[in-house]
Design a protein around this ligand. Structure first.
Ligand code: MG
Length: 193
């Protein structure tokens, strides 16, 4: 079987969550005057709401990024030009290092946020990761359309993995810094050959 690996980016190879938590916590500690000076009205509004609910010094966690008060901030921040290019690379448990040197054909399969996603993510892959791999930027719900019987999806999103498996592919849930298990991934792929 000639395997193609589809590699998710955010939460697997780049640390969107860490960057977002750090930025929201930084913004929350700005003074009133500094918040007033922010250009985006919706960012100001979202930030004030966040501070009202959580407080300026709240130690926000990645798992709380989908909170309804946090999500509008996340979209506002994440869709800025260059944001997705500036993300830190995750090397947890050596996933990316393994993928790029595994010898398997791989492409990136990643969901967008904002109008700069395709440009910034492609630049990230070329310049930060040093890879010439194809970068497919599609909404999360469309990832499954890339599925073939020989394809492995490595992704941190439960639903996407489920959809991929249901469509006849091989989904491997990569759950991030805490749960990414490279040995389990290698065994999983070995089991397919
Ligand atoms: Mg992801």
């Amino acid at each position: 079987m000639s395997i193609t690996i589809y590699q998710d980016m955010d939460g697997c190879v780049c640390d969107f969550g860490l960057a977002m938590v750090t930025e929201i916590k930084r913004l929350a500690t700005l003074s009133d005057t500094e918040i007033d000076a922010l250009e985006s009205k919706s960012l100001k509004k979202g930030l004030r709401k966040y501070i009202g609910v959580f407080g300026a010094e709240y130690d926000l966690q990645k798992a709380e990024l989908n909170h309804k008060v946090v999500l509008p901030l996340l979209y506002k921040i994440g869709c800025q030009e260059g944001w997705l290019y500036d993300l830190p690379t995750m090397e947890h448990n050596g996933l990316w290092d393994w993928v790029k040197n595994s010898g398997f054909y791989y492409e990136f399969l990643t969901a967008p946020i904002g109008m700069y996603a395709e440009e910034d993510k492609t630049r990230y892959v070329r310049e930060v990761l040093g890879s010439e791999a194809v970068v497919n930027v599609v909404p999360r719900s469309e990832k499954v359309s890339f599925c073939t019987p020989d394809s492995v999806l490595i992704d941190d999103h439960h639903t996407t993995i489920k959809e991929w498996n249901k469509a006849g592919g091989h989904g491997f849930l990569w759950t991030g810094v805490e749960g990414g298990d490279l040995k389990a991934l290698k065994d999983f792929i070995k089991g397919l050959q």
